[in-house]
Design a protein around this ligand. Sequence first.
Ligand SMILES: Cc1cc2nc3c(=O)[nH]c(=O)nc-3n(C[C@H](O)[C@H](O)[C@H](O)COP(=O)(O)OP(=O)(O)OC[C@H]3O[C@@H](n4cnc5c(N)ncnc54)[C@H](O)[C@@H]3O)c2cc1C
Length: 421
Amino acid sequence: MPGTESVKHAPQHVAVIGAGMVGLATAWFLQERGVQVTVLDRSGVAAGASWGNAGWLTPGITTPLPEPAVLRYGLRAVLSPSSPVYVPPRADARLLRFLTGFARHSTAARWQTAMRAYIPMNRRAFEGFDALTDGGVTSQTNEAKSFIAAYRTEAERSVLLDELRHIHAAGQEIEYDVLTGAEAREVEPSLSDQVGAAIRLYGQRFINPGQYVHALADAVHARGASLVTGADVVDVHDEGTGVRVVTAAGPADRYDAVVLATGTWLGALARRFGVRTVVQAGRGYSFSIAIDHVPAGPVYFPAQRVACTPLGDRLRVAGMMEFRSAEAPLDRWRISAIAEAARPLLRGADLDARIDEWVGSRPCTPDGLPLIGHTRSPRVFAAGGHGMWGITLGPITGKLLAEQITTGHQPAELRPFGPLR
Ligand SMILES: Cc1cc2nc3c(=O)[nH]c(=O)nc-3n(C[C@H](O)[C@H](O)[C@H](O)COP(=O)(O)OP(=O)(O)OC[C@H]3O[C@@H](n4cnc5c(N)ncnc54)[C@H](O)[C@@H]3O)c2cc1C
């Protein structure tokens, strides 16, 4: 029966397709278990969502995206052209399937079920990063000395306070303080006088994601992996005793197993192995700016859906959720919409001299859960669909999936994420 056949021997040579956070973390943890790895990417290291994202390592607020408030917000947002959520007026069949599935999962009961699936992964998220640090990955994680969610009014703040209560009720710990605007400015002087209410979160971290993923690629390479860029994988064949990986350039190499870690493009190769869940691009934008006082940790404007992260002496500003093709060009109007949303709330920020303007695609699933594990083929594994949280959960995903691939046993944490669901 498909999917129940198991591979008797641990694979010796595995191809990982996709050199983003998820693929490279999986490659690294496979190496920990003595597996020879080849990483293939059609563009390069961190060419997808893993470069310009906000770099938050925030297991305390890592929650499923579909939830009742997002649905209410989303419907309102579709009607407003300046909204941070965009859905094209005419959706194609695939997008409609995603949106109807997403709406179906946006209930309190489904959110709780999905949250219970996330909690065991979230608890171990830092363990993944710490293993990478201990194993010699040179880019460090930074403790968020301050992490402020800032609002104009107390009324706006109630949405996240409610969510934090739901997170606690589901069994996940996250410590926080409720602050006035003045208290928030004392902690974070880059907030403007328009900030009238805030929440300070504790115990989270952040990274410079592009730099981190490149350091991870260097470590994987230094440990003996081949890293092949410009390798556009167009087909994968399970040949019974191994897997053949075909690239657009022609050469097809054989491996004992393959991990599909192609982010928002996961469906293209995974569908033929029984993965029916739609992975939809939730496109986000970012840029970086100079600011008089670089914050000591992330600054979040939830009402504007804008996330800021200190990157060295600059601030990365990120936002937007566009449900449209990953291949659509960068829309400059969206970049200015993010700048205008952040402008009144930041002090001493030069929002007009932006560099590194970027668009990338969160790999979103309708049920808000990633796809991690074997497909219909016992030699072809999926690792992706982490939506808003592929950086936070990339390393622990890699660690647990490498365990499954080499032992044949599915770790309990991965059970809810089976790609054939
Ligand atoms: C604006 C924004 C902010 C975000 N902020 C955060 C955050 O603060 N914290 C967090 O945890 N997450 C965040 N995310 C989400 C996070 O960026 C993603 O979940 C994560 O990067 C996904 O990693 P990945 O490795 O699965 O995919 P990707 O990084 O997209 O990598 C996929 C790779 O596969 C390659 N590929 C695709 N198809 C093929 C093929 N056929 N052959 C060969 N190669 C192929 C691509 O070139 C690409 O390099 C954010 C996302 C955005 C857009």
